[in-house]
Every structure is written in C-alpha cells, then in structure tokens.
Design a protein around this ligand. Sequence first.
Ligand code: PLP
Length: 365
Amino acid sequence: MPDRNSAAHRAMAAAVARMPDPVSYQETALLETDLVAAFGTCRAVAVSSGTAAITTALAACGIGEGHEVLLPAVTVVMTVAAVAACGARPVFVDSAADGRGMDLNDLAAKTGPATRAVVAVHLAGRTDGIHDLAAYTRATGLRLIEDACQAQGTTSGGRQAGTIGDMGCFSLKDGKLLACGEGGYLLTDNTDLAARAAAYRTHWQSDAPDAPAGTHLGVNFRLAEPLAALARHHLTRFPEALAQRREQAAALHRAVDGTPGLEPITAAAGEEPNGYAALWRLTLPDPRAFAARLAQAGVPNSTGTHRLTAAHLHPACSRFASGDLPHARVTVDALLAVPFTEHDTDEAIHRRALTIRREAVRWTR
Ligand SMILES: *Cc1c(COP(=O)(O)O)cnc(C)c1O
C-alpha cells in the first residue's frame, strides 16, 4: 500500500476525484441518451463489450439452454461465443451462392422447434440480405438480432444497420468506427427488451416487465464510467469518422481498380456502407495464401492477418457444425477485406495499393 501522504497517493486520489461518479452511472445514462439521439431508436443500453452486447441481447430475448440460434458460418468467433455463453446451440447457415448474405433456403431448412432467433452478422460493414431476413423472422416469429459491431453508420434502404431487427449489437473496442478502448451497446425500439437487457447487464437489479428486480440472475456487463464519458466525446465526432472511413475505402478501391484477380465487392442496392473495410473477391489461385502474403507485406486483412475462417471449420467452433457449407468456405477464403483506422494516412493507403497491385501481378505470373 502506498503511504497515504506520498505524492503517488495524492495524485491517485486527485485522479479519482476527477472521475465520473461510479455509483450513479450518470455518464452511462447520458451516453445512452446520446446514442438514442444519434441512431433514432427508442432505447440504447451500454455494456462492457460487443460480445457482451450480443450475449445480453440473447438473454433479453429469453434464449438459453435447449434453444437453437441460427447464424451465418461467415462470422467471427465472438458471435459464436456469445450464443454458446447463453447455453444455446449455434446452428451455422451457409452463404448464398454469390456470397452475399445467408442462403435463405438453408436457413429455412435449419429452422426447427428449438429455434428462437437469427443473428445476422454485418461483416465489413455490409448488411446484404437483411431485409429479406427481417421478413423471414417476422413471418416465423423468430427474434432477429444484428451483430452490427463492424457496421456502425452503414445504412440500408435508409435504415441504420443495427436498427432493422429486434436488437442491434455494437462494439466500442478500439478499431471499430466508434470506440472508447473497450465497450459496447445495444439499440432497440422494443422497450421491454431494453428493460430486460438493462436488468441482465446489472445483476437484474432493475425492473423489467414481468421480471421485477431480483427475480432473475444477471451478470456484470456494465460499461466503466470513464469509458462511457470517452464514448460520449467520440460520438460527437462520429459523422467525421464515418466520412473519413468512407473516403479511405473509396480511395483504396480506386487505386487498386483493374488489378487482375481482385473483383471489388460493390455495395448492395440501397446500401451505403460505412467504409469499415475495402472489399474484394479474390479470383487468383490459393487466395488464402495470397492474403497471408499481403499481410506479410504490410497490408492487414481478414484472412491473412486475422485468420478469419468459416465457423464450421474453425477449430474452436467446429463441434457445433453439422455437414459441409460449401458456399461459406469459398466465400471466406476468397474474401479480401482490408480494414482502416483513423490513423491511416493517404500515403499509407497509397502504399498498400501499390503492394496489392505488385503482389497480385507476381502471384498470377
Ligand atoms: C469486434 C466484433 C465483435 C466483438 O466485439 P468486442 O467488443 O471485441 O467484444 C463481435 N462481432 C463482430 C462482427 C466484431 O467485429
């Protein structure tokens, strides 16, 4: 323990005194009000991470032991982990043949009596197929949860990604478009689900409809108050961050245009992506090895750097798999998603473009 009169102790005490009040959760409440205003939903619930947001959404929908949740095989491990954390069984759905969104026939074939929800994952800021999916879940009475961690600011048919289904889940981890180090939030127009999510987040210490405080077990998925204050600050600059990412993605697409073996993946009709990543479908041989080569050469990307693998083939998730999902595997392997950060300069983007062009030409020679 530091001496109470030491300079270090006094500095720590002064820092604590400057921090937001940790008991009232005032900054969290203000952040939720600001998110509601920014995204135009009825409610926002701030949580400690994007994974916590997905877990909380599933818990708010009453999903747990004995239930099944449909999700695309083209996803990151966090989505799968959130479903497993609730005690439900993840059921992987194949991609559409063109790689855009889920195969609705496979989705329908895998919908059974234990199915409670579909989690749509908007990888690289793209929401392909979300409106058809929403029509399907409405018709079948399933919940639709959007993993919009990479899709902050994307709009589709004039609607914000993450506000089309029952609940939208977002991450505030550094590297996402809106960030405060670590954190997450949920958006919903359903006030009952919002109350259940808020109760679950804080040990069910608050009331929800038909579930008063203290009647259920929750968890601690609270967002720390200093991080909520930071997120509020960054939210005021979100429009500029969004414009910057869109410009970065457009610039890299322009500079790589015409390179053999790279087909740009254009936005779906009616969609304005957030520019989270520049996106191509690789048509050159052994695309995963090519993406790994690009990563080595200084171009960070989904498969080469982050080892994105279709969930049914991922060593940590394959125990949930049942049968081959051929389109999902091909879609992931052929995907080249190059993400941006706010620190990527025009010069850095230009250098990446030159590297991609050079390596693609070498690869096909
Ligand atoms: C980042 C991310 C998550 C998880 O967010 P964390 O804040 O790291 O828990 C989940 N899904 C997708 C698609 C993501 O990109």
